[in-house]
Design a protein around this ligand. Structure first.
Ligand SMILES: NC(=O)C1=CN([C@@H]2O[C@H](COP(=O)(O)OP(=O)(O)OC[C@H]3O[C@@H](n4cnc5c(N)ncnc54)[C@H](OP(=O)(O)O)[C@@H]3O)[C@@H](O)[C@H]2O)C=CC1
Ligand SMILES: C=C(O[C@H]1[C@H](O)[C@@H](CO)O[C@H](OP(=O)(O)OP(=O)(O)OC[C@H]2O[C@@H](n3ccc(=O)[nH]c3=O)[C@H](O)[C@@H]2O)[C@@H]1NC(C)=O)C(=O)O
Length: 336
């Protein structure tokens, strides 16, 4: 079995080489007593924040620096701090698409809680990227606007969903976005209009932006519809009956293969892998593209299960599945 099958996040900030004076190259700091670093009013927690508590999979050791931000100014300051100190960093929302390592993350994890919500005019909403995506979907549908009914049951933030171009039930977030405000790695704010944005199946302009630090605000333009509320309830009901809700998963592990005409889940099921288990990681019996942490999965269990499923599907059907979930290596990845 290959030791590592899942690609790393392609976020350039994650690849930033640590400077030994500021980011430890060993993870020994994680065993020390929790400390805080105060900088420009920001309070970084050092060494003790467990990533398993920040992700839906419930897997992941401590991160070297942790910070929760609740507004744009804090986020920009945090990014500047990381750059000035050569600390690699990532922004996470609900942690529903992330696999962290049991060894943790030798860098800074910034938890996005920029949660404001403004109604600009009928059907136009300006929303902080840390706002809960499911809450947004329910609210807009209840107000009689269509386009985000699918979001009502998805555990994500608006920023994470935009970055991935989240979609379900034949809808995608990219279809109803009017503009997106981002902050660059230089700490500058920039607005991207609808015409500048290029969304595809689980892909977005943001995944290719070399100078993206974070999505900060998303503005939506929705159309009126008398059936939005009913449709939203149907989407949630469908999810309840076809997906293992209430279990520790990261949603779909693999993207659906393009131009094959068959879903990843179907290939995995036909390979006889439903219920297959490695340690505490199990292919769901409810939906084969969901892998469940049944309580004690290590990151290695999950990585091995992903690699095994990939291999079996390739051997049996000649289809190379691509991961939707992102893996974050504990150390600087340019050395690996
Ligand atoms: N359809 C469904 O039923 C389900 C869908 N999902 C999907 O999972 C995604 C996860 O959302 P969420 O939990 O919020 O994200 P996560 O916290 O899991 O973050 C995943 C990655 O998204 C990027 N990201 C998150 N927030 C931002 C931001 N503000 N600015 C820039 N990049 C950001 C980062 O990538 P990087 O570090 O590489 O920059 C981050 O590592 C959603 O897109 C959703 O589609 C999840 C579960 C179910
Ligand atoms: C969960 C996610 O998004 C989901 C989204 O919720 C649903 C609902 O629209 O559609 C996608 O799943 P999916 O393609 O597996 O959709 P489903 O309708 O559940 O299944 C597709 C096909 O696979 C078959 N199927 C499904 C599950 C299973 O165990 N076995 C199986 O054979 C179904 O019968 C169906 O013919 C998204 N996944 C991807 C990778 O595109 C996510 O991105 O994390």
């Amino acid at each position: 079995m290959p030791s590592m099958s899942i690609p790393f996040s392609n976020n350039p900030n994650v690849l930033l080489p640590p400077r030994t004076t500021t980011t430890t190259t060993s993870l020994s700091v994680f065993n020390e007593k929790q400390q805080t670093d105060n900088w420009n009013g920001l309070k970084f927690i050092r060494g003790k924040k467990l990533l398993k508590d920040l992700t839906t999979w419930g897997i992941g050791g401590p991160c070297n620096y942790f910070l929760q931000v609740s507004d744009q100014t804090q986020l920009i300051s945090a990014i500047r701090y990381c750059h000035e100190h050569s600390i690699r960093y990532i922004i996470i929302g609900k942690g529903s698409n992330c696999l962290f390592d049991d060894l943790g993350f030798d860098g800074c994890v910034i938890l996005n809680r920029i949660e404001f919500f403004e109604r600009k005019e009928a059907g136009m909403y300006r929303v902080g990227s840390g706002f809960r995506f499911n809450r947004l979907g329910i609210h807009c549908s209840n107000q009689g606007f269509t386009g985000l009914e699918f979001a009502g049951a998805i555990p994500a933030t608006v920023g994470g969903a935009t970055y991935m171009n989240a979609g379900a039930n034949a809808q995608e977030i990219g279809d109803v976005i009017d503009s997106v405000d981002v902050v660059t790695v230089q700490g500058k704010l920039q607005r991207l209009q609808k015409n500048d944005l290029n969304f595809g199946y689980r892909s977005s302009t943001f995944q290719d932006m070399k100078d993206l630090a974070a999505i900060v605000v998303v503005t939506f333009q929705l159309q009126e519809s008398g059936s939005a509320r009913t449709k939203q309830k149907e989407c949630s009901e469908r999810r309840r009956t076809t997906q293992p809700l209430g279990e520790r998963t990261a949603g779909s592990v693999f993207r659906n293969p393009l131009n094959v005409g068959v879903a990843a889940a179907e290939l995995i099921e036909k390979a006889g892998l439903k219920g297959f288990r490695i340690g505490g990681a199990v292919v769901s019996n409810v939906h084969a593209n969901f892998f469940v942490n049944v309580g004690n999965s290590t990151s290695r269990d999950m990585l091995d299960l992903i690699a095994l499923v990939k291999n079996k599907v390739d051997q049996k059907f000649g289809v190379q599945l691509k991961e939707e979930v992102l893996y974050f290596h504990p150390h600087c990845t340019d050395l690996d």
